[in-house]
Design a protein around this ligand. Structure first.
Ligand code: PEP
Ligand code: MN
Length: 374
């Protein structure tokens, strides 16, 4: 399904001449000195296209620093006057939009906690009616592509054509490497729905850890995202919010210097021949994988019939454990990780079980149930 978004190219509202494209600035505007000094250092790197700062901060717990508020807009104005950098802030209410526009903020973004709520997004969209300002929409906190798309559509329908998405990862339960799981497939899926929509990656909020920012930024560019938004603070250790994921402007410059930009299109005929040859091999293997999975399903159905004739339950836990115990060492020997192999087998096994249930309960269609961990 293609989305019907009316969008102007990124280059109409952001200096995309700098490669790679970087939006940077502190998580929060804290003091006038902190913001202006950070802005000067960022501008001096020559690698930054826009200055970001949080003025109103959505915090998980009350009593935490909730942003410096409207006074920060004055500091931002000064930072822009002195550095020439266009400015970007998060807006979460119609009033934020009004104040931001009044003080000349150049780019607005909708935060992850706002994107989850269509009422909030609509309030922001209503305040944007008839205004020509670029807006970026962060993905919602939860991994729901429709919510992300819906928010983009609401803003676009308000007449905002300078539109981009920000991929900042999705919250998940338990301890993981990242603060917010990137779930790259969701961002890729957005790209296939709206190929003309620029996607900016936010490695700071994905990683929650400054040491991993370069890794995630590189991956974003490798997946053909258009730019990155990275939190940068003159003295990250004492930042009032998100201290662990901010970098000094000098460290930011290092991260950017280490990015390799690869081309989305293959130019040379030689390279493209090689790629076509390798892709043809992959195509053949994919066909074989599908054929073999279909054969496996046929056998699973025969087993289903046997279980029905002999009144045996579909799931026999021992058998499933036996499958895992046999396959995982084999897969490991072929350099496939246990985690990947288990996920793959679970997916195939779940479909086998669904088909067997269909046979056991003939006539009743079985819905494909989503596995919680796949
Ligand atoms: C931020 O950009 O500082 C922020 C609050 O991000 P998110 O909405 O992605 O959590
Ligand atoms: Mn932040």
């Amino acid at each position: 399904m293609k989305l019907n978004l009316n969008i102007q190219p990124l280059s109409t509202w952001l200096n995309t001449g700098k490669e790679p494209l970087v939006i940077a600035g502190p998580c929060s505007a804290e003091t006038e000195d902190q913001l202006v000094a950070t802005a000067h250092l960022l501008a001096k790197t020559g690698k930054v296209s826009a200055l970001r700062a949080g003025i109103w901060k959505p915090r998980t717990r009350p009593g935490e620093f909730e942003g410096i508020g409207s006074i920060g807009l004055e500091w931002l104005k000064r930072a822009k006057e002195e550095t020439g950098l266009p400015t970007a802030i998060e807006v979460a209410t119609g009033k934020h939009v009004e104040e931001a526009l009044k003080s000349g903020v150049d780019i607005l973004w909708v935060g992850a906690r706002s994107t989850v709520n269509p009422f909030t997004v609509q309030e922001i969209a209503d305040a944007l009616q008839g205004v020509d300002v670029p807006v970026m929409v962060k993905n919602p906190v939860n991994p729901d592509l429709s919510l992300w798309i819906g928010a983009l559509e609401r803003i676009n329908r308000a007449g905002i054509t300078k539109l981009a998405a920000i991929h900042r990862g999705f919250s998940s339960f338990g301890n993981t490497t990242f603060r917010n799981e990137p779930m790259w497939d969701l961002a890729i899926s957005l790209k296939t729905h709206a190929p003309e929509l620029p996607i900016i990656n936010d490695p700071s909020h994905i990683t929650g850890n400054r040491d991993l920012i370069g890794y995630v930024a590189q991956k974003a560019f490798d997946l053909d995202m258009q730019g990155v938004m990275i939190e940068s603070h003159i003295d990250p250790a004492v930042a009032w919010t998100d201290a662990k994921q901010q970098v000094t402007p000098a460290a930011l410059a290092d991260i950017i210097d280490n990015i390799t930009l690869r081309k989305p299109d293959v130019k040379s005929a030689e390279v493209s021949d090689k790629l076509a040859e390798l892709r043809a091999k992959i195509d053949k293997i994919d066909d074989l994988v599908i054929q073999k999975v279909a054969e496996r399903m046929n056998i699973a159905e025969q087993i289903g019939q046997y279980k029905k004739d002999n009144d045996i339950t579909i799931l026999q836990v021992n058998r499933w454990e036996e499958i895992l115990q046999k396959r995982i060492p084999y897969a490991n020997a072929l350099k496939l990780s246990a985690e990947f192999t288990e996920k793959l087998l679970e997916l195939v096994h779940a479909e086998s079980i669904r088909r067997q249930a269909e046979i056991l309960n003939a006539g009743q269609e079985q819905p494909a149930e989503k596995l919680s961990h796949v």
